[in-house]
Ligand binder design. Structure first.
Ligand code: ZN
Ligand code: ZN
Length: 365
């Protein structure tokens, strides 16, 4: 059976030459690759409200994992027809490489994005960061060419959840304070000596702590793991700049729909808030040491938003080993693993051995 045609791809034809416009990170506008014409986008913030977390998933028909459902995609640029996943938010034509936005993809999920952070770092800037970063390390191999990374560098809008909550915690426990008493003991030779020994004075304490947690970020993509330190380092964003979701801002870029659902992410955010409350209560209780601390945290005014955030991802092979680096699409913060040059490492080891031998020789003299 022939899959049905994708209905409405996002169109933004250039008023001068008719080519599809793309969102430009440098210009912060829609821009034509062919004639240079630009078109402004009105960045609004009117749809960016918080949704109560009491929102519960009732309609279970919508998937959280990628669907197998296929659609027929007809390229507007070259006319080629291919089948694509129905829930692919952006489609790159396999024949002419044109990039398209499929707004239906978001409708395959229960919750559509409310906002996004437009890319600010262009491909060239991302590469420049990479060059700089590799160049920073003396151990980096000199034949690691940034130019070779060009094909593997992808600008992707990654789905995230953000959570807000007001936390109130009541705690009680015992704070311990150290003091020292002189004690007479016999030493190894049987002589009586005075020693200072540590004792703890316990004091019962209780109190309360409250805090508002704003925009706790949880990555909603299973392709990347937020637990990894690299990913964490590259995914610190200034969320003040989030604007209303407009599919035209995805033009020319790649995007993902979420694969980690609201409930799972909400649970993770809640755990984080509870553990932060626990440490806050512990530090408020004081003492040199503590015991029997119990913290009872109540969360109210819990809300969430679904947003897309920009990230450059590059996977590359060097000497048969796979490496990855990430560049934050808003701030340019880079994170990843740097390949090290084998002969430079050998040189460092050799220098070290020579040094050891030299000192050994000095000591012998
Ligand atoms: Zn044009
Ligand atoms: Zn095409």
């Amino acid at each position: 059976m022939q899959p049905s045609e994708l209905s409405d791809l996002v169109r933004a034809p250039c008023k001068t030459c008719g080519a599809q416009l793309k969102f430009s990170a440098e210009k912060q506008k829609l821009s034509c690759d062919y004639c240079g014409n630009t078109e402004a986008i009105a960045f609004t913030k009117s749809k960016l409200h918080e949704n109560p977390l009491s929102f519960r998933v009732e309609n279970r028909q919508l998937p959280n994992a990628p669907t197998e459902e296929k659609r027929l995609f007809t390229c507007q640029n070259c006319g080629a027809k291919t089948t694509v996943n129905y829930d692919a938010p952006t489609i790159t034509c396999a024949f002419c490489n044109s990039k398209n936005v499929n707004p239906d993809a978001q409708k395959t999920r229960l919750i559509e994005p409310a906002g996004l952070l437009p890319f600010r770092i262009s491909k060239e800037q991302a590469l420049e960061r990479f060059r700089h970063w590799v160049g920073d390390s003396w151990l980096a191999p000199s034949d690691l060419k940034a130019g070779a990374m060009l094909d593997n560098l992808h600008g992707i809008y990654i789905p995230f959840w953000t959570f807000d909550a007001q936390a109130h915690s009541d705690y009680s426990g015992e704070a311990g304070f150290y003091y020292y008493v002189p004690v007479q003991v016999r030493d190894a030779n049987g002589k009586v000596v005075t020693q200072q020994q540590q004792r703890v004075r316990w004091e019962y304490r209780s109190g309360s702590h409250q805090a508002f947690y704003d925009d706790m970020l949880e990555m909603a993509s299973r392709n990347l793991s937020q637990q990894e330190s690299q990913v964490q380092e590259a995914s610190r964003y200034n969320l003040e700049e989030v604007v209303d979701y407009d599919p035209r801002i995805l033009l020319g870029w790649e995007a993902e729909v979420y694969s980690i659902d609201l409930e799972e992410s909400a649970r993770k955010a809640e755990e984080q808030i509870r553990s932060r409350e626990e440490s806050a209560c512990a530090s408020q209780m004081g003492g040199d040491t503590q015991r029997n601390l119990t913290v009872d945290t109540t969360l109210t005014d819990q809300t969430f938003k679904h947003i897309l955030l920009p990230l450059w991802i590059c996977m590359y092979l060097y000497n048969g080993k796979q490496y990855r680096f990430l560049v934050n699409g808003q701030t340019g913060q880079i994170a990843g693993e740097r390949p090290k040059s084998a002969w430079k490492i050998a040189l460092v080891i050799l220098a070290f051995i020579l040094l050891v031998v030299f000192f050994y020789w000095l000591g012998k003299r």
